[in-house]
Write a protein that binds this ligand. Structure first.
Ligand code: 13P
Ligand code: SF4
Length: 305
């Protein structure tokens, strides 16, 4: 049953010919009325194919909405709370990428989509947790400057002969950094029949102890196809909201109840309604940054096919 506020948003969205895209970490009340839910890659692919809408409301963090804008510069891209930033993206500046390129002139630059526009503008190709293996495989150079997430770089290293050099070297997600070896040990004891699935933004030692290391979208498709009944979920807790809605016959345990991305939770139904009424806050990307970043976005989308 949708609430009055949810119904008002649905009506406004239709009146304004808008679409609501939301990341898998959004709170339940937003997930319930989103037109499309997904991981970073799925959201990016969806944003690329939107042609019949005037407004995109992006319930996620800054870098995701910026990518949607780069792919749709003629549309209004709104974000319910403009403060919704990914701290990891802010760990690598454009200047740092330029400096790394000077040091390794023959290397390719592959950046996680969780990065600033000014850093993307200096990159050759982007990647997400869902396509990082394919993207790295598509790169010709033998050395890859990879950032800002050091853990994602360590995740992909065993799958390639190329040398991955992390930039800035200590980039990380504070939410996934919360997981420790002891949490996996505890979960194995507590839920002996459950499969443990972890996100590649987690520390490598934790990744190595899990049964699977997957993006949030990867977790969804794995669980959909799995014969297992119980799963320990090593990522932000609201992925479980989506899993419970889509596959209610299975049981999910968070690896840590406290794995909450605070900025993802800044969006509320009230702010979502206000942003549709006022048609702001608007997300934009300076033209020169968008022009210099779009080929890295497109190259990533091509490599993901
Ligand atoms: P996914 O692309 O796996 O959804 O990850 C995005 C993210 O920010 C994880 O913290
Ligand atoms: Fe950024 Fe981590 Fe939040 Fe993902 S979970 S948006 S990487 S802070």
């Amino acid at each position: 049953m949708t609430t009055e506020l949810q119904n008002e948003i649905i009506q406004l969205k239709e009146e304004k010919n808008a679409i609501i895209l939301a990341h898998n970490y959004q709170p339940k009340e937003i997930q319930e009325i989103a037109d499309f839910l997904g991981d970073s890659l799925e959201l990016c692919m969806k944003a690329k194919e939107i042609d019949d809408k005037d407004i995109i409301v992006f319930c996620g963090v800054d870098f995701m909405a910026e990518t949607a804008y780069m792919l749709n510069p003629d549309k209004k891209v709104l974000i319910p709370d403009i403060e919704a930033e990914c701290p990891m993206a802010h760990m690598l500046t454009g200047e740092q990428v330029i400096e790394a390129k000077k040091k390794y002139p023959d290397a390719a630059v592959c950046l996680y989509v969780n990065s600033l526009g000014e850093a993307k503008a200096e990159s050759d190709i982007l990647c997400t947790s869902g396509n990082v293996k394919k993207v790295v495989e598509s790169i010709e150079e033998d050395t890859i400057l990879f950032g800002p997430d050091t853990n994602l770089g360590e995740f992909v290293q065993p799958f390639t002969d190329k040398k991955i050099i992390p930039i800035p070297g200590d980039g990380h997600c504070y939410v996934h950094k919360l997981f420790h070896k002891e949490d996996i040990d505890d979960a194995r004891k507590k839920y002996p029949n459950a499969e443990i699935i972890i996100h590649p933004e987690s520390n490598k030692e934790v990744q190595d102890m899990a049964d699977y290391v997957l993006s949030t979208g990867g977790m969804l498709s794995h669980i959909r196809d799995s014969e297992k009944q119980e799963f320990v979920i090593g990522t932000e807790v609201d992925l479980i909201t989506r899993l419970e809605a889509e596959f209610p016959d299975k049981t999910y345990y968070p690896l840590l109840e406290g794995a909450i991305c605070k900025t993802m939770k800044l969006h509320t139904l009230e702010k979502l309604k206000d942003c549709l009424v006022n048609e702001e806050p608007l997300i934009t990307v300076p033209e020169d940054i968008a022009e210099r970043s779009i080929s890295a976005v497109e190259r990533m989308l091509d490599a993901s096919k």
